[in-house]
Ligand binder design. Structure first.
Ligand SMILES: CC(C)(COP(=O)(O)OP(=O)(O)OC[C@H]1O[C@@H](n2cnc3c(N)ncnc32)[C@H](O)[C@@H]1OP(=O)(O)O)[C@@H](O)C(=O)NCCC(=O)NCCS
Length: 168
């Protein structure tokens, strides 16, 4: 019987295409009907393989969910981008391909990112999600996050609320 080896590991240059594909499908799935269509298309187009390749080469903290060479998800994280908020780290993005959602991989990616943040001295961290992204909000609540800030983000001419979950 064929077996698939599933690992969570640091991204490599050869993963750029696979991460861009996850980004494309997961963003469409999560944000269609939330982020205005034209803005969403623009955001997805900006994040093609070349963008991801350069993020990997720059050494950004980036984990991938690897199903025997098929990339099924990614997580990026690092220092909190809002220094006025007293949390050292931040998970910038955590996306699982739609076909692999709801199988426990989001939790595993979250735990791996959290472990790496703690090992780099960031014992507390934030994750921002759009308030209308009910799946993400439920997921971060379920994992123990507490909403500590609400803010608005502009997409073209429209505003959308986003919420910051804190993890201590
Ligand atoms: C949000 C996301 C990362 C969660 O990953 P996932 O693999 O689907 O979630 P998991 O299967 O690991 O679920 C982990 C836990 O959260 C719970 N959970 C996940 N989604 C949930 C939801 N919509 N409502 C309630 N609980 C939820 C699960 O029941 C599970 O609980 P358990 O471990 O105690 O049994 C993933 O669905 C995703 O990429 N969504 C689209 C993109 C997105 O919104 N990313 C976050 C942007 S900030």
């Amino acid at each position: 019987m064929a077996q698939t080896l599933i690992t969570i590991r640091d991204a490599r240059e050869a993963d750029a295409q696979g991460i861009a594909e996850v980004h494309d499908s997961a963003w469409r799935h999560a944000y269609s009907g939330i982020i205005p269509g034209q803005e969403l298309e623009r955001m997805i187009a900006r994040r093609g393989p070349a963008w991801w390749h350069s993020a990997i080469v720059r050494g950004s903290r980036l984990l991938v969910l690897d199903f025997d060479e098929l990339i099924g998800g990614y997580a990026s994280y690092g220092r909190n981008r809002v220094p006025a908020m007293a949390y050292g780290g931040e998970i910038f993005e955590l996306y699982i391909s739609p076909e692999f959602q709801g199988l426990g991989f989001g939790r595993r990616m979250f735990s791996a990112a959290r472990k790496d943040l703690v090992e780099h001295g960031y014992s507390s961290f934030l994750v921002w999600a759009l308030a209308d992204n009910e799946g993400a909000v439920a997921f971060y609540r379920h994992l123990g996050g507490k909403i500590v800030r609400r803010a608005y983000e502009r997409f073209g001419t429209e505003l959308r609320e986003r919420v910051a979950f804190a993890f201590e």
